[in-house]
Design a binder for this molecule. Structure first.
Ligand code: ADP
Length: 642
């Protein structure tokens, strides 16, 4: 596959033409002043016999038409006039001006080209007059034609330069002939005693060398300029390729970042399709995956295609041959011209959509080609090897995203199955446990006969164990319910100030009984969010009862709630036993209890914090803890306001 070249619309050299016109005007100031000063110097200081007035007139005319050109340039192209500004500002302004011209009608360069030619023609006229009034074929000014031609070769095409060279040769030839034939007067320079203009051989050899010198100068100057222009073009093309490569790397980076930061498969695949379109500058992109039968492909993401095209019908791997080839060969497949290729399953629809070429690469999942990613162009014959490489890189990102999503789905399903199982088992356990509890109560109260104090003690211990089991069953049920079907209950507007107050009131008695001080500091403003009241209550109940449970008598518990940065913040701190450092990362895990907690409180399910975390996250919030053993713990809950 050959790399396709993008032909730039205008090269910087062509752009510079515009700038050079201004430069030509600049030079002309010096030329006009040069003519005036040289005339004055030659006639007044060197005392050379010269037709002063015609020469002054030519100098002034050059000055005049240059002023006109300058005004035209300023008015027509709002060329920045040079005031006292430094050269740097001047050139910066001019570059800015060029950029603006670039955005203007493309005809601008053509207008400049014509403008430059008019200027050169006038200069040519001035030159021939100057030559005439400074000695005709004897004039030393003849050499200046050469440097004029060098300027022309920078400004114009080689053809135009040869034309100007011929024009100069003819003009000088005509001048020499007219002077030789006495048809126009010859102006003799005072210091040339031999009348060379009368010498046929001198004239012929001068014309010969003058003309060849002109042509050789044009040849040399234009070939250097052409070479430069070509290099410029090459540079521009390289620059374009470089910036497109940079954009592609950037795109890959962005896609990789998204793939590793989200599990939302739809989002990732759509981003890949869109990125492919933008970075490759194509019309559209689709990502398709084999279905379970392995016979059809489903479109899982698309960008840039009409609804009509996308709903054209199912894509059969056996009929869509480019899909088949991509999948079976595991290699990129290019269709250079969809109208002349019979591999498409829906050629008419592709035509109607304006798709003329396409590139498909396989999507490998666990080493197996399980999908295709295709990009479409309006132009036929436009895909290169680097396009295929880039699309394959995007395809691997897509494959990673699909694998991640599938693994996540599998994990989620396993978790759900576990929760279902826990829910089922605990549900079954609850009734017999409740029955055992009532029976123990009947026994304890002596309805089935008198009991000894030893029996009473045993019954009470059994009752405590059964109550703990019932509490465990309740927690497990709640946790499983939360995971299986999210929180039960309707989402409503909840005023957290009330919820927290309610929970602290409920905890008041146990706090007092234990001899703890309970401080509640809730902001005056309503802390409102949309959520499930029961669930939110459960969070604070769990956190507060833990604070009370794990704080020895004489300690204190503080509850604070306020709003900050669009969030509701709640802090529950205590001066209790604290959490050992090694336990902190596992504290929110199901069934986890720290050693010091177990030593203090025999009973505990290790589920309270897991439930609290689950509910907080279902409300879009975060929970965290800071703790120092022996000093106390602080739990932080952030919930989004709304
Ligand atoms: P439980 O309290 O039933 O053990 P939780 O899930 O509520 O279960 O808490 C898990 C563990 O976190 C506790 O066993 C304890 O080690 C620790 N913990 C929670 N809250 C506190 C607290 N306020 N002070 C000290 N340790 C705590």
């Amino acid at each position: 596959m050959e790399e396709k070249e993008v032909v730039p619309p205008r090269t910087p050299v062509e752009e510079e033409l515009v700038g050079r016109v201004a430069w030509q005007i600049q030079l002309r100031w010096f030329a006009a002043l040069g003519v005036l000063t040289a005339t004055w110097f030659a006639s007044s200081i060197l005392d050379i016999q010269l037709p002063q007035w015609p020469l002054y007139t030519i100098g002034l005319s050059i000055l005049l038409y240059n002023i006109l050109f300058r005004l035209y340039l300023e008015r027509r192209f709002s060329y920045p006039s040079r005031t006292k500004s430094s050269g740097y500002i001047y050139s910066a302004l001019f570059r800015f001006h060029l950029k603006r011209l670039e955005r203007e009608a493309p005809a601008t360069a053509a207008i400049f080209d014509r403008f430059a030619k008019v200027q050169t023609s006038l200069d040519w006229l001035a030159m021939i007059l100057l030559v005439h009034f400074s000695g005709g074929v004897e004039s030393p000014l003849l050499f200046y034609f050469i440097f004029h031609l060098i300027i022309a070769s920078i400004l114009f095409s080689p053809l135009a330069c040869y034309f100007f060279a011929t024009l100069a040769a003819f003009a000088v030839g005509a001048l020499a002939t007219l002077e030789y034939g006495g048809l126009i007067p010859h102006i003799s320079l005072g210091f040339i005693s031999i009348p060379l203009y009368q010498n046929g051989l001198y004239i012929a050899s001068l014309l010969f060398f003058f003309t060849t010198c002109l042509y050789i100068s044009v040849y040399m100057a234009t070939s250097v300029t052409l070479n430069l222009r070509q290099k410029d073009r090459e540079l521009l093309r390289l620059q374009q390729r470089l910036s497109s490569a940079y954009q592609r790397i950037q795109t890959l980076y962005e896609v990789t970042k998204t793939v590793s930061s989200t599990l939302n498969l739809e989002e990732v695949l759509n981003l890949i399709a869109q990125s492919a379109v933008e970075a490759m500058q194509v019309k559209a992109c689709t990502i398709r995956l084999l279905d379970e039968s392995g016979q059809m492909v489903d479109t899982v993401a698309a960008y840039g295609l009409s609804e009509q095209y996308l709903t054209k019908g199912p894509i059969d791997v056996q009929k869509s041959l480019q899909t088949y080839q991509t999948l079976s060969s595991g290699q990129p497949v290019i269709i250079s011209d969809t109208s002349r290729d019979d591999r498409l399953q829906y050629p008419a629809e592709a035509k109607a959509e304006g798709i003329n070429s396409m590139l498909c690469v396989p999507l490998f999942i666990k080493g197996k080609a399980e999908g295709v990613i295709c990009v479409y162009r309006i132009e036929p014959d436009h895909f290169s090897e680097s396009d295929a490489q880039f699309l394959s890189a995007l395809a691997s990102e897509g494959a990673i995203a699909i694998e991640n999503a599938r693994t996540y789905q599998a994990l989620e399903m396993a978790d759900r199955a576990k929760s279902d199982f826990v829910q089922m088992v605990t549900h079954e356990l609850r009734s017999p446990l409740s029955a055992v509890q009532s029976m123990l109560r009947v026994l304890e109260e002596g309805y089935v006969g008198p009991i000894t104090s030893k029996q009473q003690d045993l019954i009470q211990r059994s009752q405590r164990r059964v109550s703990f089991l019932l509490a465990l069953v309740k927690d497990l049920l709640e946790l499983a319910a939360g995971k299986v079907e999210q929180l039960k209950g309707e989402k409503t507007e909840v005023v957290l100030n009330e919820t927290i107050t309610k929970v602290t009131e409920l905890m008041q008695t146990s706090t007092e009984e234990k001899g703890l001080e309970l401080k509640v500091e809730i902001a005056e403003e309503p802390l409102v969010l949309v959520g499930i009241e029961d669930g939110l209550e459960r969070i604070f109940m769990n956190l507060l009862s833990n604070a009370v449970k794990y704080t020895p008598a004489g300690g204190s518990v503080v509850v604070r709630a306020w709003s900050e940065d669009g969030q509701i913040r709640i802090e529950i701190s205590d001066t209790g036993i604290g959490i050992p450092e090694e336990a902190l990362p596992r504290i929110f895990n199901e069934f986890y209890r720290a050693k010091n907690a177990k030593a203090m409180e025999m009973e505990g399910t290790g589920l309270g914090l897991a439930i609290a975390k689950d509910v907080v996250e279902q409300h879009g919030g975060q929970i965290s803890v800071e703790s120092v053993v022996g000093k106390g713990s602080t739990f932080y809950v952030n919930l989004p306001k709304g």
